[in-house]
Every structure is written in C-alpha cells, then in structure tokens.
Design a protein around this ligand. Structure first.
Ligand SMILES: [Fe+2]
Length: 331
C-alpha cells in the first residue's frame, strides 16, 4: 500500500503504491447519498459523523490507507502520488473529506459557509485590502505557526493536499517538531527562561478578520504557547502564531510585559531561524498530514498565483462537542 518509506526525525515519507479502482466511485456514491449537497464542493461536518465513517470504512482502499497512515506513528507524513490529480473538484474533495473523516472529525474552517475543505491559494488583492488576513489567503511566505492557534480548541491534525504545486522557485513547505523547538530553547539561559514563561503565562491571540464574526470586530483568545501534554511520550501541546500574538498584545495591553515580549521574540527566532526544520517543495498530488499540537508549519515565499492546495483540519473531538467557532453550529 505505502512503499519507499523513509524518515526524518518525526516526519515519515512514503509513496502510494495502490490504485483506487472503483473505490473513488464508491466514496462519491456514499457521500452523495448521505450529504444534503456538497456545499459548493467544500463539504460540511455530517450530523452523524460516526455512522458515515462506519460506512466509509467498508471501502477497502480507504480503510487500508487509513491503517497505513496510522501505522507510520509520525508527527508529520508526506505521501506522494495519492492518485487524485485527475479528478474534478467534487470528486477530489469528496475523497479528501472521506479520508479525513477516517482520521477524526473534520471541522468547518469558515463559520460563515461551514466549509470543511479550504482552498489555500492567493485571493485577489482587492478582497484583502486593509484586513488582518491569514496566510492561506496570500502569496508570499508564511511564518512558522500552528493552525487555529487563536481558537479555544485547535484541531489535533490537518491535511494539505497539493492540487497545483507552485511553478516558481519558492513555495517550500516547512515543518518543525516541537521537540526541536524545546531543544533549541534549552541551549541558553534566556531560552530556558522563555520556555518556562511561555509554559506558565497565557498570551492573547487575535483572530484574523476573515474568520471573525464581523470584519471590524477584534476577537482575542488567551492561551498558553506550551500547554499541558495530552498524549503519553509528549512534553507539551503547542500553539504558535507570532503575528496573531503581537496583535493580541496590542488589543490587550494589560497582558503585555517586557519579559513576555522578549520571550516571544526569542521563540520567534527559534521558530524562524534556529530550530532544525524540514523544507521541501511538495509536488502536485502530494498529501501532507500534520500533528498540529506537536509541529509548527510554514512555507517559503512564492509568486506563482496558480499554486493551489486544499486544507482540511481534523479534530479528535466530534464536532457536536467542540467549543468555539469550528463545528456543526454555523450561526
Ligand atoms: Fe497553517
């Protein structure tokens, strides 16, 4: 099923060595029967996610692929040649929604539309003008971050699927394991102090305008950068997005101190420069699965506006039990 498996730290790389045959048709049929439309091909969290998953688990290729991904026990997986490149948008996104539902509970990225599948590509500049935007809306680079860091319950995982790789020199995907962040911070006294402060002092994250209820609303969530570990064998869970925190501190000056600013600047330096990282240009038809609580991700700058990825975030918690704007509640 998966071949040419290699590893770099907690990241696993593999090649898909299977053919979907008629299983893509089976997935499409199951979703067509169970969902009330495809929400403009963005899909939405199904009201009975477990029942739908049980039905999808009977599709052999999907079940084997899920087993193969879980069996890699990695914090990041880069899977080449998934075999969806030839598909129209509805069928491709149906396959990605089905796969993510096998791995957990896909959440709505956009509370206004409920879309689960999010297009990561440049938006026209006139749409962006003046707002605090998010990385997936722009060409250019994305600083190292965790997804949904500004929400009460950041999803445990996400996928990125490459529809169109950037045809320019840039657009590399970047990953850093949380342990490498920790190791880099432990090298100096300032780093150790910064880690202790960011493990004990909650910081404000400002929600980007595209997700906030109204574009003029300033919405802030307060949380630890290094939160308590939730899984055996891990040291902490991580949230990070420097621009969101800096804007959060501007909105909440009561939480702003010189010590905190210094610790955040040091953490940013470790994330952007010092810590060891994976860096690669992912080709078309590649799937990346990332542990969003234990890895930072980002991308190098690019200029090709045809670069197009699909992102789906996956929660360990059913949508009905989630707190915050992601989930089945769309109002
Ligand atoms: Fe991201």
């Amino acid at each position: 099923m998966l071949t040419s498996i290699s590893r770099l730290g907690k990241i696993a790389f593999a090649q898909c060595a299977f053919s979907w045959n008629s299983d893509l048709d089976s997935i499409f049929e199951i979703l067509s029967n169970r969902l009330d439309g495809f929400n403009d091909n963005g899909f939405y969290p199904h009201p009975d996610e477990v029942e739908l998953r049980n039905e999808l688990a009977l599709v052999p290729t999907l079940a084997h692929l899920t087993e193969g991904l879980r069996g890699l026990h990695a914090h990041g997986i880069v899977l080449h040649g998934l075999g969806l490149a030839h598909l129209p948008e509805d069928r491709r996104n149906a396959a990605l929604y089905a796969l993510t539902l096998m791995l957990g509970y896909p959440t709505s990225t956009d509370q206004r539309t409920g879309r689960v599948a999010w297009d990561v590509r440049a938006r026209p500049m006139e749409e962006i003008d003046g707002r605090f935007t998010t990385f997936s809306e722009r060409v250019g680079s994305a600083d190292m971050h965790t997804d949904s860091s500004f929400y009460p319950m950041p999803e445990e995982q996400f996928i990125l699927y490459v529809v169109n790789a950037a045809r320019c020199d840039g657009g590399h995907s970047l990953l850093i394991d949380g342990e490498d962040i920790y190791e880099a911070l432990q090298q100096t006294a300032e780093g150790r102090q910064a880690f202790d402060l960011l493990s004990t002092t909650p910081v404000p994250f400002r929600v980007p305008a595209i997700y906030a209820a109204g574009d003029n609303n300033v919405e802030v969530n307060v949380a630890l950068v290094f939160g308590p570990a939730k899984r055996p064998g891990t040291r902490f869970t991580m949230r990070w997005r420097y621009d969101s925190i800096k804007k959060g501190l501007d909105a909440r000056p009561d939480l702003d101190t010189p010590e905190l600013r210094a610790a955040l600047a040091l953490m940013n330096d470790v994330a952007e420069v010092r810590a060891e990282r994976f860096k690669d240009q992912l080709p078309t038809d590649t799937l990346m699965l990332v542990d969003n609580h234990h890895m930072l991700h980002g991308r190098t700058t690019y200029t090709d506006e045809r670069r197009h990825l699909i992102r789906i975030r996956i929660s360990d918690v059913p949508n009905a039990e989630r707190v915050g704007p992601s989930g089945v509640v769309r109002d």
